[in-house]
Design a binder for this molecule. Structure first.
Ligand code: HBI
Ligand code: FE
Length: 285
């Protein structure tokens, strides 16, 4: 997805993003975007987490941890077991040493959702943006925007897997390119059905590796256990044709045989694929 392409590349416009944030004020994106750097990173000010926040983290962790056996993939379970963040909100600095040693990735603290090009730019540099704030106790079961629990618990263990680590960097590079080629819609579906809601076939059965599944108590049971769910073999074109649901459990999940398959099948240049997809129907999930 990130093979070289023609150099013609108009500048990306993201002027709308902060205007959007401002317009939606306190009920829009809730992060504090006022003291960030040009690359949208901030400090993780650990002293701002209250005892109530720490309690929310511990309870979210405990509930989710209990659901992992038989549902989370091996890579996730083993990385999580080596990270001890059951008892307190993790400090990015301490995880970064271990993460960098494992796969040369590091976490960067951010206020919340980022404009696409900023997000891709970080991934291309093997930097994973993690939201600094945590949901309030009354949002325990459902949160609209990704918070530190989703970003950290869901995504960080998978960054210790060498193949996922390389795939995600390729995705970031491919994203910068897809914006210029008008392929963002298709690439976003790939991200959704892999990094967020991907399943992998393991010896014991189908297991979750997608962060949206792994960080949600309802979705992890639905995705892995529910009989009515469609679990299709990963097919790049199918994935890119298939719309997704952002406010309900998914109706379809795509299953890879291995993370190597994911990397290999998404390695070719996507520019012709994007053009072909314009002529193919969109599929309902
Ligand atoms: N920003 N912080 C953050 N996290 C995401 O997962 C994210 C984002 N910005 C854009 C984005 N995802 C998606 O639009 C792309 O992956 C398609
Ligand atoms: Fe996510």
């Amino acid at each position: 997805m990130n093979e070289p392409e023609d150099p013609a590349s108009p500048a990306v416009d993201r002027s709308g993003f902060l205007a959007d944030v401002a317009a939606r004020s306190t009920h829009g994106l809730r992060g504090d975007y006022s003291r960030m750097r040009a690359d949208y990173t901030v400090e993780q000010r650990y002293e701002l987490y209250t005892p109530a926040h720490q309690d929310v983290w511990r309870r979210l962790y405990a509930r989710q941890h209990e659901l992992l056996p038989g549902r989370a993939c091996e890579a996730f379970a083993s990385a999580l077991a080596r990270l001890d963040f059951a008892d307190a909100i993790p400090r990015f600095d301490s995880v970064n040493q271990r993460l960098h040693a494992a796969t040369r990735w590091r976490l960067v603290p951010v206020p919340g959702l980022l404009p696409d090009d900023v997000f891709f730019g970080h991934l291309a540099k093997r930097q994973f943006p993690v939201t600094v704030w945590i949901r309030e106790p009354e949002e325990f079961d459902y949160i609209v925007e990704p918070d530190i629990f989703h970003d950290f618990f869901g995504h960080v263990p998978m960054l210790f897997d060498p193949q996922i680590a390389d795939y995600l960097q390729a995705y970031g590079l491919g994203g910068l390119k897809a914006q210029r080629l008008g392929g963002l819609k298709y690439l976003a579906r790939l991200y959704w059905y892999t990094i967020e809601f991907g399943l992998v076939a393991e010896a014991g059965g189908v297991r979750a590796y997608g962060a949206g599944i792994l960080s949600s108590p309802g979705e992890i049971r639905h995705a892995v256990d529910a009989p009515e769910v469609h679990r299709e073999r990963f097919d790049l074109i199918r994935v890119m044709q298939t719309k997704y649901l952002i406010d309900d459990f998914q109706k379809v999940y795509f299953v890879v045989d291995s993370f190597g398959q994911l990397f290999d099948e998404t390695a070719p240049d996507f520019s012709l694929l994007y053009r072909a997809l314009e002529r193919l129907p969109e599929l309902e999930p």
